[in-house]
Design a protein around this ligand. Structure first.
Ligand SMILES: [Cu+2]
Length: 152
């Protein structure tokens, strides 16, 4: 069973910390967090080690979705992720068109744990025409078990 969750962002902090900084850009050090602006995911590209839970936080005043647009070749369909918990892109698209299914209102967040290495493209369905897209690169674990984060 795949971990899917909607979380309300801690109400305090969030709105105040964004005052005057409506970009919602992720602060330094938040390497497993993607935020949403009016029509952007930030950062647009995120690289994480396998097993990481990424939080997609709607820090904007608009509604969005986080909807995987495809999966790496060899990746099991159970790895599909989308706010609303849909099984594939078509289901997510249909649900959005019918009833705004999968919507993330301002202040809501969606989490997904990436358990298979690969490139995961995703989109915001209502802002697809504005090119609101992102990608998560999930890197395999280092075989030695050592951290490979030292140096560039
Ligand atoms: Cu959007």
């Amino acid at each position: 069973m795949k971990r899917r969750a909607f979380l309300a962002l801690a109400g305090a902090g969030v709105s105040t910390s964004l005052a005057g900084c409506f970009d919602g850009s992720a602060a330094a050090g938040e390497d497993n967090r993607v935020t949403m602006t009016q029509v952007d995911f930030r950062p647009e590209e995120l690289t994480v080690p396998v097993g990481t839970t990424v939080s997609f936080d709607n820090t904007s005043s608009h509604s969005h979705t986080v909807t995987a647009s495809g999966l790496p070749d060899a990746t099991d369909e159970s790895e599909y992720f989308a706010s609303g918990g849909f099984d594939d892109y078509d289901a997510a698209k249909d649900a959005w068109d019918a009833r705004s299914g999968g919507i993330l209102e301002p202040g809501e967040a969606y989490e997904n744990t990436f358990t298979t290495p690969g490139r995961y493209d995703y989109v915001c369905i209502p802002h697809l025409r504005a090119d609101m897209v992102g990608v998560v690169y999930v890197e395999p674990e280092d075989e030695s078990g050592n951290e490979t984060t030292s140096g560039y």
